[in-house]
Design a protein around this ligand. Sequence first.
Ligand code: NDP
Length: 246
Amino acid sequence: MSNIQDKVVIITGASSGIGEATAKELASKGVKLVLAARREDRLKKLQEEIQKNGGQAIYKVTDVASHEQMEELAEYVLTEFGKIDVMVNNAGVMPLSPVYQKKINEWDSMIDINIKGVLYGIAAVLPSMRERKERHIINVSSIAGHLVFHASAVYSGTKFAVRAITEGLRKEEAPNNIRTTIISPGTISTELLESISDEELKSEIVEVSKIGIDPASIARAIAFAIEQPSEVAINEMIVRPTIQEL
Ligand code: NDP
């Protein structure tokens, strides 16, 4: 029997890129989806597409940097579906810049969205997951959570943090049968580079990102982690383009 069908899965950052591709992949496997992000028009369009193809999806406009909004998201899902099986903390931004440029607002947004957003996502779902003593939290880190490259000091800092937080959570919640998974994508073709404000750096990164692979590749990795038998935890995966050296 499939260990994915009828699961209730929340995906943050579902309005584009990896989140959107994951929603489509999981919908095709019979998951009940909850789509969360800030852009309502995108969420609504995706919901309609999933429903048109016979899948199930609801959405809630949510800013992951708001602890209150993340709590409201979890409450909404528990009211609608009565349970949360899987939380995919995927929302993230990557406004790369060298530290000397002192782009403090961009540091703050990376810390708020990439780190606090993940923590607020965990906090919102953990109480109901602990009651059932069997659930799954998937956090999207990055290859930049394993190594640091030019202009990635702060972004890498946030993605190293995601891995540390997830490993800590794994140890704490293993006795409660709660699975954790860290997904570290390499270069994936999405809108992520749009958040780089330094135009020269952006064009350099756009050039090296031409090797990017389809976000569906990460969606399949997430589906693989979810559909394992409940006693099997895929704790960490790196998924790169085959030709990526970094
Ligand atoms: P996209 O820019 O396509 O997607 C980012 C998503 O995050 C959007 O849906 C956006 O939605 C959402 N988001 C951003 N800020 C917030 C917020 N405050 N609250 C809620 N949602 C938010 O990029 P990707 O799909 O590539 O990124 C997804 C994840 O993958 C990120 O964590 C990223 O760091 C990671 N990653 C991506 C790689 C790549 O090469 N693309 C490589 C390694 C990791 P909205 O604006 O509507 O709120």
